[in-house]
Design a binder for this molecule. Structure first.
Ligand code: ZN
Length: 71
């Protein structure tokens, strides 16, 4: 699952968001009837050594995000 970007620990625990609407990413192009943003629910990764919380979106969401943005 990777390392903590703050302290380098490998004791990372995956959690779930509660009461969180998601991350919105702006689309590069959209039709007039579409929202100009796409929403993704990130997964929190919690470091059990320093308490740092990192948010990541899943591979499937990331692939989708890449197809609708300039990046
Ligand atoms: Zn840490």
């Amino acid at each position: 699952m990777g390392k903590c970007i703050k302290c380098g620990s490998e004791k990372i625990v995956a959690g779930k968001m509660s009461g969180f609407a998601g991350v919105q990413i702006e689309k590069k192009e959209c039709s007039w009837f579409e929202l100009n943003t796409a929403s993704f629910i990130p997964q929190p990764l919690v470091c059990m050594d320093c308490g740092h919380v990192e948010l990541v979106i899943g591979e499937k969401d990331l692939r989708e995000a890449k197809t609708i943005t300039k990046n």
